[in-house]
Design a protein around this ligand. Structure first.
Ligand SMILES: [Zn+2]
Ligand SMILES: [Zn+2]
Length: 324
């Protein structure tokens, strides 16, 4: 097996996305980049430099259903007839993009921001970003819905699926045990801490995932693995994943303390906490700030350090136990 990194432009704040070409008797692409002329040109050039065209792709593996990772999967599938692989929890977004996108971004996220105490003008300020996401992807039919432990065969190369929910519900990593390498998608990135995106509103009870709680247990799963090299979807290869994960875990502790400090002895909405913690944030970034704060509040609630109550559709947190 040979691994080639092809870095592609995106219109998003995260910057370029890494796709990986796995070259064996067959050719596989891990992640696709967003649907954008500049991106497909860059991928075409990257393939051509290696002596290939789109038509040579046999497998397209999607690490998770975010637009910078699957946006041009449909286009590539049409060009090549490649089989498309993703974790089964990514299917609602990948296959039902139109309705799922509307539900998540325009219904759930708006309600979550209202629940968190964000004013209407702030909620509306996020809309241009949401629209740019939507323009960057097309729905794609998945041929292989994967589960943890499944194996993808690329010629003689076998890649094992490690299910790592948190950053996204269907996030997965790909492990090659023989070479001790892992393709981490956005689960572990060298330069930024991955946001464990909250998908559902705060008032929908069981339907809301505790994304950061899930993310941290997925991080510990990777930390326990013996790996020589991690190939992330943004930034350079990671050589010492254990130290990096230690740093990330320490960072969550620091941020939990900062949130408890910001909470003081009164009651605060997640929106008020976000403003205190991230005073310099731009309006359109408020959703990610809220997602961070709510994730840490979930951790603190699990530890019995904060409790919340919902009144008039807005959730308010205080120190202590007994939520509701
Ligand atoms: Zn992502
Ligand atoms: Zn990404």
């Amino acid at each position: 097996m040979k691994i080639h990194r092809v870095t592609l432009p995106t219109p998003f704040a995260i910057g370029p996305v890494n796709t990986y070409l796995i070259e064996d008797e067959e050719l596989a692409l891990i992640d696709t980049g967003p649907k954008m002329v500049k991106t497909s040109d860059a991928l075409q050039n990257g393939l051509r430099d290696l002596g290939y065209t789109f038509a040579d792709l046999k497998h397209i593996i999607i690490t998770h259903a975010h637009e910078d990772h699957f946006g041009q999967a449909r286009f590539l599938k049409e060009q090549s007839g490649a089989r498309v692989y993703a974790h089964k929890a990514s299917l609602p977004m990948l296959e039902g993009l139109e309705s799922e996108f509307d539900l998540r971004y325009n219904v759930y996220r708006r309600r979550l921001m209202r629940n968190a105490g964000a004013p209407e003008e702030v909620i509306l300020a996020v809309q241009p970003i949401v629209d740019s996401f939507k323009e960057s992807a097309e729905a794609v039919a998945v041929d292989e819905a994967l589960e943890d432990g499944d194996v993808i065969h690329v010629g003689r190369t076998q890649l094992q699926v490690i299910y790592t929910p948190g950053h996204a519900a269907g996030a997965m990593c790909l492990h090659h045990p023989g070479d001790k390498i892992l393709f981490s998608g956005d689960h572990l990135l060298p330069d930024v801490s991955s946001n464990a995106v909250i998908d559902a509103p705060l008032d929908c009870g069981d339907c809301r995932r505790r994304s950061l709680v899930e993310y941290i247990s997925s991080l510990r799963l990777i930390q326990a693995m013996g790996l020589d090299l991690v190939y992330p979807a943004h930034g350079d290869e990671i050589r010492d994943h254990r130290t990096l994960i230690e740093q990330r875990l320490a960072f969550y502790e620091t941020r939990k303390s900062a949130i408890l400090g910001a909470l003081g002895d009164g009651e605060k909405t997640p929106y008020q906490l976000s403003r205190k913690l991230f005073p310099a944030i731009r309006e359109f970034e408020i959703f990610l700030a809220l997602s961070e704060v709510i994730g840490h509040l979930d951790l603190l609630e699990n530890e019995g350090k904060v409790a919340w109550r919902m009144s008039d559709g807005v959730v308010r947190y205080r120190r202590g136990t007994a939520s509701g």
